[in-house]
Design a protein around this ligand. Sequence first.
Ligand SMILES: [Zn+2]
Length: 236
Amino acid sequence: MKKLYPGGKAKVFTVSYDDGVLQDVRFVELLNKYGVKGTFNLNSRLMRQEFAWTHESGMVVRRLSPAAARSLYDGHEVASHTLTHPYLDHAGRDVILREMGEDRDELERLFGREVRGFAAPFTFWSREMADCARLCGFEYARISEESRSFAPPEDRFNWRAGIFHLSPDLEDFVDGFLATDRELAVCQIVGHTYDLDAAGMWGQMEDILRRVAACPDVAFMTTLEIVRYLTEKGML
Ligand SMILES: [Zn+2]
């Protein structure tokens, strides 16, 4: 018999967005409107510094303050994205452990709930980082490399992103997901919500959420919920 997600759903859809910026407010409103659940990967130290930077489009991107973020993500997952968003390519183990562990502790204090997911900053990932994520108490680590696949992850500490939202074939990918009859299909879209402003793609994103939400076969879960479900079923 075909394996299913909770509620007897054949497939699952999720989004995983990084950096905790102002545009998350509008994005969470959209997710809530369509009953879609997301994971938001935050840098607790940078949130405290009200860190802002200029995007290549000239737009100033601002992070959410702890006060602004506190209740925003209710109903969604808060996950770690390191304390300070460093390049970890040549970092020592002590630095990696601090960036992961202290961010997790800080986010748990800030949000008053457990934080068990990790998303890598930038594109570098290594076996040592996977080890460190495990040691810091995370249950999974999502990396930047795309899988372009609907297959459930095989290694939860090397969870490749489904598709980056600025990919030109985003629509085709979503169409493929809606059409697939692959067992336990997963569609994960990853990105940063400031891109939705910079690329003028709020309408396109809402259209995707509307179409997926209208499909009766699709469950909506956070990345952590998917990991836990697949683990419980002995699939991961
Ligand atoms: Zn990031």
